[in-house]
Structures are given as structure tokens and as C-alpha cells.
Ligand binder design. Structure first.
Ligand SMILES: Cc1cc2nc3c(=O)[nH]c(=O)nc-3n(C[C@H](O)[C@H](O)[C@H](O)COP(=O)(O)O)c2cc1C
Length: 214
């Protein structure tokens, strides 16, 4: 199937340059600068990212999630540990994250290893969420096949009744992961497709910086 309209969609990228001189030596600090800029500019879902996982025999899957914490050594998100992504991370903790800030003509690619955060940290975050979201997480066996929407809504109402006026306990199957990166690539769109790509790779505990051809 040929689509004429798609083949002619293209644009020039000229928002900013990004060179070895203005990049922070610590890629997580550099990431924070770009994330802060996306947040300051009030970009929609500025903390959204794609998470790619794969089974142990290499079959991939990808989905959108939200970055909920940034630490000196990693990227934190929350999910259901028994979801498809949770099962795949159990089988193979090697994951990739991808941020795309369209308006800033920027992409960040991260390769790393996912590990569960402590139950206490998951609990603290879980209880900081709106009450209804806590119930929603409790009511949904994420990624399992369900009969219809009614089943989900009935489960929600039941949990709501069960915990009326009480604190919702953190479900066993719910919590956070931290992705500890070993490769981070910053992409800044430039004119004539001569984009800037600066890649950090961790070797023997230190970050090596290289430029990649666009
Ligand atoms: C903007 C956006 C943000 C999302 N954030 C999360 C999130 O933080 N955690 C999560 O488990 N799912 C999130 N989802 C839903 C996931 O994309 C996905 O449907 C769900 O996690 C099940 O994925 P899985 O079956 O691959 O495990 C989000 C979806 C969108 C579109």
C-alpha cells in the first residue's frame, strides 16, 4: 500500500544545536536539563516515555509509561509487576526507554537494566496518588484478558466498598522499577538532516562520550 501523503511529510529541524561543548559530563544531569526544559515549556505529557522490554528469547514489546522519579543513578516508573512488561522484565531485565519532545526537536534513548525499588518507596508513592487511582490500581489485573468493561467497573465498586474510609494497602503486584542506564543518547534535530547525536556509554564505571553520525 502506497501513501503519497506520508512520503511527502517532512520538516526541517532548527530549534537548537547540541555540541560536546555544551553537554554536561554527567548524562543524568544533562537529561534533567532537557526534562526540566520540557516541563517548563508545559509540553503535554513531558514526563511520558516509551518502555521497550523483551522476552528471554528476544521477542520485543513497547508501551508508553510515565517517568515518576529521577535519581543520580536511574529512572523510576510504576506499574503492575504481573503485567506483560512486568513478566518480561522478570525474564529479561534489559530494557530501553525513549523520550521524544517533539516541540524541542529532541529525543533521548536510554538502555539499561530494570530492578524493583523497595516496597517502602513503592508504598510512599502509591499513597501519594489520588484515592481513586489507588482503587483503580487495586481493581485492575493489568494486561489480563477481561470479559467486558462492566467486570472492571464492578471490581472498582467492590474495592471502593471494601476499603471505605480506610487506607488502601499497596497491592502485592504493584510497585516501582528503577532503570539503571549504561547507554544514553541525546538527539537534537538540525538542519539538512545533520542532526546532533551525543552518546554516553558506561565503561568501567565511567561515562564515555562520543558523537554518532545522524
Ligand atoms: C500517556 C500514558 C501514560 C501511561 N503511563 C503508565 C504508567 O506510568 N504505568 C503503567 O503501568 N502504564 C502506563 N500507561 C499504560 C501503558 O501504556 C500500558 O497500556 C500498560 O502499562 C500495560 O502494558 P503491558 O501490557 O505491556 O504491561 C500509560 C499510557 C499512556 C498512553
Amino acid at each position: 500500500m502506497k501513501n503519497k501523503d506520508l512520503s511527502s511529510i517532512r520538516r526541517e529541524y532548527k530549534f537548537k544545536d547540541f555540541t560536546e561543548i555544551n553537554v554536561d559530563k554527567d548524562p543524568l544531569m544533562q537529561f534533567k536539563l532537557w526534562l526540566d526544559e520540557a516541563i517548563e515549556k508545559k509540553l503535554t505529557d513531558s514526563n511520558s516515555m516509551f518502555l521497550a522490554t523483551s522476552t528471554k528469547d528476544g521477542s520485543p514489546s513497547i508501551r508508553t509509561i510515565l517517568l515518576k522519579g529521577l535519581e543520580d543513578n536511574g529512572f523510576i516508573f510504576f506499574t503492575n509487576y504481573e503485567s506483560r512488561k512486568g513478566i518480561e522484565i522478570d525474564e529479561n531485565p534489559n530494557v530501553s526507554l525513549l523520550f521524544f519532545w517533539r516541540e524541542l526537536e529532541r529525543q533521548v534513548r536510554i538502555d539499561g537494566v530494570a530492578e524493583k525499588i523497595s516496597r517502602k518507596d513503592s508504598e510512599d508513592y502509591f499513597h501519594s496518588r489520588p484515592y481513586e487511582s489507588q482503587i483503580g490500581a487495586y481493581a485492575s489485573a493489568q494486561s489480563k484478558v477481561i470479559a467486558n468493561r462492566e467486570e472492571l467497573e464492578n471490581e472498582y465498586e467492590e474495592i471502593l466498598k471494601k476499603f471505605e474510609g480506610k487506607e488502601i494497602p499497596l497491592p502485592e503486584s504493584w510497585g516501582g522499577y528503577k532503570v539503571i542506564p549504561h547507554k544514553i543518547e541525546f538527539w537534537q534535530g538540525r538542519e539538512n538532516r545533520l542532526h546532533d547525536r551525543i552518546q554516553f556509554s558506561k565503561t568501567n564505571g565511567d561515562w564515555k562520550v562520543e558523537r554518532l553520525a545522524p
